[in-house]
Design a protein around this ligand. Sequence first.
Ligand code: FAD
Ligand code: SF4
Length: 509
Amino acid sequence: MVLRLILGDQLNYNHSWFREKDDNILYVMMEIKQETDYVKHHIQKVVGFFAAMRIFAQVLQNQGNKIIYINLDDEQNTQSLTQNLQWIIRENEITQFEYQLPDEYRLDEQLKFFSNTLNIPTKVYDSEHFLSKRNELAEFFKGKKTFLMENFYRMMRKKYDILMEGNEPITGQWNYDAENRKKLPKEHRPVEPLVFNHDVSDILEVIQKQNIETIGSINPKAFVWPINREESLQLLDFFVKECLPLFGTYEDAMATQYWSIYHSRLSFSLNTKLLSPLEVVKRAVAHWQNNQTQISIAQIEGFVRQIIGWREYMRGIYWAKMPDFQHLNFFEHRQKLPGFFWNSQTKMNCMKHSIGQSLNLAYAHHIQRLMIIGNFCLLSGINPDEVDEWYLGVYIDAIEWVEITNTRGMSQYADGGIVGSKPYVGSANYIDKMSDYCSSCFYDKSKKVGHKACPFNSLYWHFFERNREKLERNPRIGMAYVTLNKMPDQQRKEILNQAEIYLNKIEEL
Ligand code: FAD
Ligand code: SF4
C-alpha cells in the first residue's frame, strides 16, 4: 500500500494524483498542533483551513478514495506530522511514502529528513500549482545583482502568452501602474463584497477545547470565507463581473467604510490551492476580452500583474533566499511591537482601522498591509521578527512563502533591497491622498510637531535621518535627502525631537 500525504495548503482537486482511483493508495490528512502552534494564528485562519481540509477529505472519500483524516481531538493524534506518519506507516503496512513538494521551507526540511529515516522508498511530486518552478526565478536572475520584478513578470507574460501579441504586449505597453492610483471619490459606493455564511461552531468548539491559542475574532454562525471549490469559483466569478471593471483604478485606495473595495479576496482560495493561478488569470482575461468596452486594459493588466507577476515572483524569491532570508534585518531594528497590534486601541485612525479590520476579518488589502501597518512598523524601527510573526498569524492567506517575502522584503526592506529597490514609506500626506482616515483622526495630518501632530510625519524624517548612511546613496531616494538637507536646522531638530518623544511612548500613540 502506498501512503500519500496531503498538507493543509494542498487542496488541489485537479492534481494528477486524483485523476484515477487506486485501491492500493491510502491518502492522509491531519489537523495537528504542530501547525496550529508554530505561530499564534487568527482564529478564522485555523477554522478556515480545517473547514476546507475536512470538505476536501470528504470529497476524496466520496469519489471512492481511501483516506485517513486525523481530527485535532482524535485519540491517536500525536499532534506531530512525522509521528502521526510513523504510526500510520506501521499500522497499514505501507511500502512507499509519497508527498507533494511543500511550499514552506520548514515543512520541506522536515519531510526530507523524515524520508531519510524511513526504510521504505519515498517519492516526491510537484504540487502542480504554480506557474514557475521553485528555482526558476533563481535561474532567471542568475549572475544579476538585482531581482527586478518587472523583468520576471514580462518573461511570465511571454511564457504563458497572456495579454500578448506575438512577443509584444497586446497594447504595446507592459505596465499601467501609473493609471491605477486613484482615491475613492466621496460619493462612490463600491459593490457589496460577496461573503459566505458558514456555521463553523463545531470546528471552533474543538479548537477551543484543545486550548489552541489564537488571535482575532470570529462569528461562528457566519464564517465569510470560501471553504470549497464551488465557493472559490463563485468568488472568482463575482470578482470578474463586479470588481474587475474598477480593480486597477482603486487598487491603492483605502476607505473607512469599505474593507475590500474592488479587491478579489481570492488569496485564501489561491493559497490553499482550491483555485489555480492559471485558471484565475484565464477567467479574468476571457471576461475582459468579451467586455472591452466596459473594462479597460489597465484593470486587467493590473490584476494579471499581481498573480503571474508578484505572486510567482515572491515564491521564487523565497526559494532563492531561504533560509537566510528569515534572519535579515538590514536596519538592525529592535523595537518591540506595540500592544495595540493585538487590540487596535490606538489614536492613529489609519492604524486603528487597518489593525481592527485585520483582527475582525483576518484580512486587510495590500495597501493597508504595506502603507499603513507595514509603513508604521518600518518608520518606528520594529524588529522584523516581531513584524513577521504578527503578519504570519493574522491574515487568512498568510503562509510563510508569501508572507515573509512581502513583510520582511517588500514592506520592511529588511533584505536591504532584494525585493524592492527602495523602502516603502510615506507620511500623512500619502495616507491622506489615498484614504479618508485622516479626516476623523485624533491627530492632525498637517502637523509635524507639537500637540496632536501626526506621528507618521515626524517618524518619516526620523527614519531617513537615522538611516542616512544606509540610504543616502540610493538613487531612488535622493529627493528625500535633498529635502532633509535643505530643512532649516531648528526645524529638523524639532521634527527629530518629536519623533523621539513618540518612539519613547509608542504604546500610547
Ligand atoms: P487582490 O488585490 O485582489 O490581488 C489578487 C491576487 O494577487 C491576490 O489574491 C494574491 O494572490 C496576488 N497578489 C497581489 N499582490 C501580491 C503580492 N505582493 N505578493 C503575492 N501575491 C500577491 N499575500 C498573501 O497571499 N499572503 C500573505 O501572507 C501576504 N502578506 C503580505 C504582507 C505584507 C506586508 C504585504 C504588503 C502584502 C502581503 N501579501 C500577502 C500580498 C497581498 O497584500 C495579498 O495577497 C492581498 O492583499 C490578498 O488580498 P486579495 O486576494 O483581495 O488580493
Ligand atoms: Fe494616520 Fe496621521 Fe492620518 Fe491620523 S493623521 S489617520 S495617524 S496618517
